[in-house]
Design a protein around this ligand. Structure first.
Ligand SMILES: Cc1cc2nc3c(=O)[nH]c(=O)nc-3n(C[C@H](O)[C@H](O)[C@H](O)COP(=O)(O)OP(=O)(O)OC[C@H]3O[C@@H](n4cnc5c(N)ncnc54)[C@H](O)[C@@H]3O)c2cc1C
Length: 575
């Protein structure tokens, strides 16, 4: 009772008092702020620059296997990213034909994406947005005090930290290193020190981006064109797609000259192997796949308004001269001039196992983390963790029970379970193989799977709930008759899927329970089990004794499943 009175007085006396303050308007922060405000929490989004709200650091592409499923799930929970990716889309493509694994894939206009997202946030009533840099957060009896570089002071019940690659960010080009979280945006030095003083253990990861060149569209005609798909599937269930012009992208490849330049660099460059495995630098690729004579380069337009094209696949952080030489050695780019150099960034993140599955920290249950600071890498991963942290920060501030996303029902659940319970040895990306039950977690059924969560949290409208209920009924009815082509496309695909995989789905959970108890022999030859290089490396390092233990490591679940199958077959053949 006393506690409650104290809290209310405190709130009335202090105009700068919030339920939730989100630090950083990256992809994590924007989703966190949106959902927190939607849940009725008085929310403040504090970010160093309003001009970089929801900035796409590199390729403006969304989706593909795993990440496309995440997009559909974010959409099912009323998130912003999928709708805005659709509205700013300039190139749709198909990704995965089978209904079990297909996912949306889209390239957006970077400038348009940023403007739409900023505008969307500005129109939310219970959300304030301010440009300022947080320099310290202090734990009080009843919440947190936040101080900023412009000497503002805020009080809040809960915080979501979404500082991205800015915590002690160091960007690098050749021998030049500067204190920057992205390009030349200033890093967050004091906040990183502050988090360490609060008792958090920080690690260092790094990532990078390729250069961009200025080219007229016509000059690209000599390169292989990648056509956009007119009926490409959307990121959002409800959006009818982009209304803006759709454009081709182009594909080319490196030459023997490129490889020679890179070999010269390998002798002096120390950055090999530091970047994310699923988004390697050019130097990493040449080192790890030394047998390959050429590497693909994809040219993507940055915006319909500009002549700037991103050279996806050429991620590098060499000095200006070397980058220019490498670009001109790529087939078809002999005369291309770099307008923005590639660079790499190293940054601090929260080391594994310091978070709960609500994304609250174990040290302070009213301090939440989301996005790149949790050890993830990628726009969709950031948005998904932002959503989870935003929901739970708002619920906590309102004195309500937490909400946990379960692994078996969503890739969001897989993601938060992995980053809260597993030891991450490299930046984490979502992949289909992260879930043993990925076949249950389809793009087409994300709205149905997450309906209980969306309904309980009141994240979607009544009308939308009715639409999903009606879709469920149509699927149940149509499953009993021959698949009917007149059904809506996503309903049709679900019906076809159930016909094809129905009996497999029934047996899957029983098999899993048996698999977890399988022992892994000490002298096992992982190569014989046909596992990937990544999985073998990690299994040898962590030496799990059972399949159950292997499932708790940062190894794609599909690889562990393949190992379980191999062991089960061996056991069978010994009988
Ligand atoms: C060079 C580079 C290339 C990348 N390429 C890709 C790619 O091709 N595809 C992909 O999916 N992902 C890519 N990523 C990763 C992707 O950008 C991140 O995973 C994603 O942006 C993380 O979102 P976030 O919200 O956690 O942080 P960010 O997007 O980094 O945003 C953090 C925000 O917090 C603000 N901030 C930081 N500290 C403070 C503070 N103290 N006070 C106030 N505001 C603060 C920053 O100004 C920034 O706006 C790349 C990242 C980098 C750096």
């Amino acid at each position: 009772m006393n506690k409650q009175r104290f809290s209310m007085n405190y709130e009335l006396r202090t105009p700068n008092y919030y339920d939730v303050v989100v630090i950083g308007a990256g992809h994590a922060g924007c989703e966190a702020a949106n959902v927190s405000a939607k849940l009725g929490a008085k929310t403040l989004l504090l970010t160093s620059s309003l001009d970089s709200i929801g900035l796409l650091a590199c390729s403006a592409s969304f989706g593909g296997p795993g990440r496309g499923q995440l997009l559909r799930e974010i959409d099912a929970l009323g998130g912003l990213m999928p709708q805005i990716a659709d509205k700013s889309a300039i190139h749709y493509r198909h990704s995965g034909k089978d209904s079990a694994v297909w996912a949306p894939f889209v390239i957006s206009d970077r400038l348009h994406y940023h403007c739409l997202l900023k505008s969307c946030l500005e129109h939310i009533n219970t959300l304030d947005i301010k440009q300022d840099t947080v320099i310290s957060i202090k734990h009080l009896k009843m919440g947190w005090e936040i101080k900023t570089a412009a000497q503002q002071r805020f009080l809040t019940k809960t915080i979501v930290v979404g500082a991205g690659t800015f915590l002690k960010g160091r960007s690098r080009q050749g021998n030049k290193t500067q204190k920057a979280g992205r390009n030349s945006e200033i890093s967050a030095e004091k906040l990183a020190d502050n988090l360490r003083d609060l008792g958090f253990e920080l690690g260092t990861f790094s990532t990078g981006t390729p250069p961009t060149v200025a080219i007229d569209k016509d000059a690209l005609d000599s390169l292989e064109a990648q056509q956009y798909s007119r009926n490409g599937r959307r990121c959002s269930f409800k959006n009818d797609g982009s209304k803006i012009e759709q454009v081709k992208t182009h594909k080319t490849h490196t030459s023997s000259k490129t490889l020679q330049y890179l070999k010269d660099q390998i002798k002096t460059n120390l950055q090999v192997g530091l970047g994310p495995r699923h988004c390697p630098s050019l130097l990493d690729k040449v080192t790890k796949f030394s047998e390959k004579k050429k590497h693909s380069v994809f040219l993507q337009p940055e915006s319909l308004l500009q002549k700037e094209w991103l050279l996806n696949g050429l991620s590098m952080d060499f000095d200006e001269k070397t980058q220019q030489k490498i670009v001109n050695s790529v087939r078809g780019l002999k005369k291309a001039q770099i307008v923005k150099l590639g660079y790499s960034v190293s940054y601090r993140f929260l080391k594994s196992r310091q978070l709960r599955s609500t994304l609250a920290s174990k040290l302070y249950n009213d301090l939440f983390f989301a996005g790149q600071v949790t050890g993830t890498n990628g726009y969709e991963e950031a948005a998904a963790t932002g959503l989870v942290a935003g929901i739970n920060a708002a619920l906590k501030a309102k004195g309500k029970n937490e909400f946990i996303f379960e692994r078996q029902h969503s890739f969001i659940g897989v993601l938060v379970d992995d980053i809260s319970s597993r030891k991450l040895t490299e930046p984490y990306r979502i992949l289909l193989s992260r879930s043993q039950s990925y076949i249950h977690l389809r793009s087409d059924n994300a709205d149905i799977r997450l309906l209980p969560a969306a309904r309980r949290l009141k994240l979607i409208s009544k009308h939308r709930i009715e639409e999903i209920e009606s879709k469920k009924k149509q699927i149940a009815k149509a499953s009993n008759i021959k698949a009917n082509k007149k059904l809506a496309p996503d309903v049709y695909r679900e019906v076809a899927f159930i016909k094809k995989y129905g009996s497999y789905l029934k047996n899957a959970s029983l098999t899993r329970q048996k698999e977890e108890t399988l022992l892994i022999p000490k002298d096992i030859d992982y190569l014989r089990a046909g596992l990937s290089k990544e999985a073998i490396e990690k299994l040898k390092r962590f030496k799990p004794l059972t399949i159950g233990e292997a499932l708790n490591l940062d190894i794609p679940e599909r690889s562990v499943k393949a190992l379980a199958l191999y062991l089960a077959r061996k056991k069978e053949s010994r009988r």
